[in-house]
Design a protein around this ligand. Structure first.
Ligand code: PLP
Length: 485
């Protein structure tokens, strides 16, 4: 392999500002006083906060160094499966920071907010068209919040029919948020296993579907990166018993402009703007999880809704069957502008091409690594592929060891140990924005690591070696976070 990306080079240590500070050091200078000095008022003379004394360069270096300890899509490939960490085009940021948008306030009257309302109205139309559904709400704040909204819509639908139901079918490959959202809405999740091909069979679903089941939550493509080929037949089974089909659309990046979800029997689905539509994600910004529905669920959508009449946009509240409000004001407006910008810049042809390239990139990695890593489902994948550590067990090397070692080579690790149906899963989602050269470098790094596993396993047991921190106690970090530094 050519030179590895990883290295410790000029990634420099830096102490806490409190350790760095020295009494009397100062980061500013004031002009000479030209008035008489006067004592501070009594309420200002008490003990001040314990801020360290620092020079300007101390502070600039401190925060610049901290920023260099970070990793993001602007630093390198971030193949975190199921998360679609695609590049965030800078044009999106430019449009979202236009003063007319940043200065907008949700309490301004409609007539002074025509541009903002128009963006929301048109974005709803675009998302409705992309999914092949009939109507959309932009309110949910994330994918999981969209799932909960979808469950509330399904609940409202059954309640109106006079027969609320108690269960929801959830496949074993589902993201953990699926059963959680169903349960939060009061439903009991009923598990169903995927078959030996990694997808749902119509027979397995028919076995658990009954008249007390409100519907199914199906992720398509699923979290193994495989297309649920039987989903139309499954939808027929669910519909025949009066249930509804919820599609977790977090993986829509594989099928934009290719699959019409509405035609596949989906009644309601969420999109993750922070995944598929290129808005920043994780530490980089808030999310947005619009929900798209077919006609029969439209009356239940949240309020207020953005409407248009004779070219004028406004907000309407008068929908008596609505599930009500699920978010402060109208949702994450800044995120909507970025997704709108992305969709307008790309256009239908390029959105489709993005999906095609995402699928091509994942299949390229799958084909080139399948001799190196165990591939549990050896068939064409969609936007991500799932390997396992089965071939490394003889060397006592685990998925975690390889993921940690990948950081020494300069890559963010893939998603690990998910989905749960694959033991020691390594889930790689390259997205469409990686070039062939970048994919090759990632593949070469993985091959080098698998070689190390055979020849010098300690390199992996001790990994990461070049990072600022070594193996963290992730459980304690999550349970007892130390946020003070
Ligand atoms: C990311 C993801 C979710 C949850 O979305 P958030 O925006 O993180 O709440 C749900 N399902 C799948 C398959 C996902 O990948």
């Amino acid at each position: 392999m050519k030179e590895s990306l990883g290295g410790t080079g000029l990634v420099l240590n830096d102490p806490l500002l409190w350790e760095k500070g020295r009494k009397g050091r100062c980061g500013f200078s004031l002009p000479r006083r030209d008035v008489e000095s006067a004592p501070l008022s009594p309420e200002l003379t008490g003990e001040g906060p314990d801020f360290p004394d620092l020079s300007e360069v101390d502070v600039v270096r401190h925060y610049t160094r901290l920023s260099q300890w970070n990793f993001g899509v602007d630093t390198g490939m971030y193949p975190l499966g199921s998360c679609t960490m695609k590049y965030n085009p800078k044009a999106n940021e430019k449009y979202a920071s236009l003063p007319g948008f940043t200065g907008a306030h949700p309490l301004m009257p409609d007539i002074l907010s025509q541009g903002a309302l128009r963006i929301m109205f048109e974005l709803k139309q675009y998302l409705t068209e992309i999914t092949g559904m009939d109507a959309t709400t932009l309110q949910p704040a994330a994918g999981a919040h969209g799932e909960l909204t979808g469950m509330l819509l399904i609940h409202a639908y059954h309640k109106k029919k006079g027969a609320p139901r108690s269960k929801i079918i959830v496949p074993d490959t589902a993201h953990g948020t699926n059963p959680a959202s169903a349960a939060l809405c009061g439903y009991r999740p009923v598990p169903v296993s995927s078959n030996e091909q990694g997808i749902l069979s119509a027979r397995a679903v028919a076995k658990v579907m009954d008249e007390d089941t409100a519907g199914i939550m199906i992720t398509n493509p699923n979290t193994l990166g495989l297309f649920e080929e039987n989903s139309r037949e499954i939808a027929e089974i669910i519909h025949a018993k009066g249930g509804l089909v919820y599609c977790d659309g977090a993986n829509m990046n594989a099928v934009m402009g290719v699959v019409n979800m509405g035609n596949m029997g989906v009644d309601v689905m969420q999109l993750n703007l922070h995944k598929t539509f290129s808005t920043p994600h994780g530490g980089g910004g808030p999310g947005s999880g619009p929900v798209c529905v077919k006609k029969h669920l439209e009356p239940f959508l949240p309020v207020p809704r953005v409407v248009e009449e004779n070219g004028t946009y406004g907000l309407a509240e008068d929908y008596p069957e609505s599930i009500g409000k699920i978010q402060a004001f109208h949702g994450a407006f800044g995120v909507m502008i970025k997704a709108y910008s992305y969709i307008r810049i790309m256009g239908p042809k390029n959105l489709k091409k993005a999906s095609q390239l995402a699928v091509l990139n994942a299949n390229y990695i799958k084909e080139r690594l399948k001799g190196t890593l165990h591939l549990p489902y050896d068939r064409p994948c969609m936007h991500e592929c799932v390997f396992s550590d089965k071939h490394q067990t003889a060397q006592k090397i685990t998925t975690m060891d390889m993921a940690k070692r990948l950081m020494d080579y300069g890559f963010h690790p893939p998603t690990v140990y998910f989905p749960l149906v694959v033991r020691g899963a390594i889930m790689v989602e390259p997205t469409e924005t990686e070039s062939k050269e970048d994919l090759d470098q990632f593949i070469d790094a993985f091959k080098a690591i698998v070689n190390e596993a055979r020849e010098d396993p300690d390199l992996l047991h001790d990994a990461p070696r070049n990072c600022k921190v070594k193996r963290l106690d992730e459980t304690t970090a999550a349970r007892k976070p130390c946020l003070a530094g």
